[in-house]
Design a protein around this ligand. Structure first.
Ligand code: KG4
Ligand code: ZN
Length: 347
């Protein structure tokens, strides 16, 4: 397996990592959260400017922490889709320039492939096929990972992504940004049964419900209504109980769909990825349900659930191993579905 230097700048983390044989040699993540926090979300132009300032020191730090020089790097990779265009351009331009200067192959990487393969960082021997439960701030999908570059989406959210729901509920509870980790922490002190909240379901024409698709916007509205009702009655909100009830509803909805999908498609392993994979309730619900159905559920190490470059290095190494590289005139894409991922490579 190759040694890959990977860059991730699709949103608000400037990240650089060096990955060798599904092992992390170094991983630098310079978070911009404190800068964006006061706006309640990521401001694209501020993000690009910040990436520009941080990218070169982050590359130098990744090389020095790994104690490696350019001679030992086999390929250079960067996230090129999906994400904020200005932010993506900073990372890909840095990677292409370094590839040119040091005469190394360049690979553009789809951000979601990074989240899918992040599980290799805890389970280097994991083999395909498996079912990926991808739960991040922008996506919530069940993906049949057939082989490197070949994916079938079997289920998805019809509205808000799971992470987005955490962020929106945290905002309406005035807890801050990003909401997931704050709600997760607060929920530890709350009662999951305090409030009955609706698990969003997608109706089918035959009167049933879609087994794998999810919906979180109704749940978010239900929390809003609950908060309005409680605020009228008293001026102290039971925030921990609301957080625990909300989190438990999301975890149960995701678990039910992932288990049904894995069983129906005969996939024995569920690999979870994306920021919400760090959620403690989701980890417990999935693990309990998987073991009672003889399924295996795997998670990336906690620090590689949220955006990082080690996962991008993992995905790039898989493609490089298959002989895939990208042209130096590769564009960035704000949106690109996973089934078009092979358009990023010449092979
Ligand atoms: O994967 P990620 O870092 O960025 C995207 O690609 O979107 O995911 C960020 C999302 C945010 O919505 C954040 O609130 C959520 O992941 N998140 C969590 C937790 N940690 C991060 N959600 C629930 N529980 C957590 N512990
Ligand atoms: Zn992400």
């Amino acid at each position: 397996m190759a040694t890959v230097l990977a860059i991730e700048t699709s949103c608000d983390e400037t990240a650089v990592a060096i990955v060798k044989n599904r092992q992390v040699c170094s991983s630098v993540v310079a978070s911009q959260i404190l800068i964006h926090q006061r706006y309640g979300g990521v401001v694209p132009e501020v993000a690009s400017r910040q990436h520009l300032e941080t990218i070169n020191p982050a590359i130098a730090q990744a090389l020095s922490e790994a104690k490696l020089g350019w001679k030992e790097i086999d390929a250079i990779a960067a996230t090129c889709a999906p994400g904020l265009v200005g932010a993506l351009l900073v990372g890909t331009t840095a990677a292409k320039t370094l590839a040119m200067v040091h005469n190394k192959p360049f690979l553009g990487v789809h951000h979601l492939e990074g989240h899918i393969y992040a599980t290799y960082l805890s389970e280097p021997t994991l083999e395909l096929p498996f079912l990926s439960l991808l739960v991040s701030g922008g996506h919530t999908s069940l993906i049949h990972v057939k082989k490197c570059g070949e994916y079938e989406t079997l289920g998805q959210t019809r509205d808000d992504a799971a992470g987005e729901a955490f962020d929106k509920v945290a905002r309406l509870l005035q807890l801050g940004y990003p909401g997931g980790p704050i709600i997760d922490k607060l929920a530890q002190e709350g009662n999951t049964k305090a409030f009955a909240l609706p698990e969003g379901k997608i109706s089918l024409p035959n009167g049933g419900f879609h087994p794998y698709d999810a919906s979180f916007s109704g749940l978010k509205t239900a929390v809003l209504r609950l908060v309005q009702k409680l605020e009228v009655k008293s001026n102290t909100l039971p925030v921990a109980d609301i957080a625990a009830s909300f989190q438990d509803t999301v975890a149960r909805a995701l678990t039910k769909r992932a288990i049904a999908c894995a069983l129906d498609y005969g996939l024995e392993t569920i690999a979870v990825g994306g920021g919400v994979a760090a959620n403690s309730a989701l980890r417990i619900h999935l693990q309990t349900a998987a073991s009672s159905h003889n399924l295996r559920v795997l998670f990336p190490p906690l620090k590689f659930c949220t955006d990082n470059a080690a996962m991008i290095g993992c995905a790039a190494a898989e493609h490089f191993h298959q002989g895939h590289t990208s042209p130096l005139n590769l564009s960035v894409h704000s949106r690109l579905t996973l089934n078009r991922v092979m358009e990023l490579y010449q092979h």
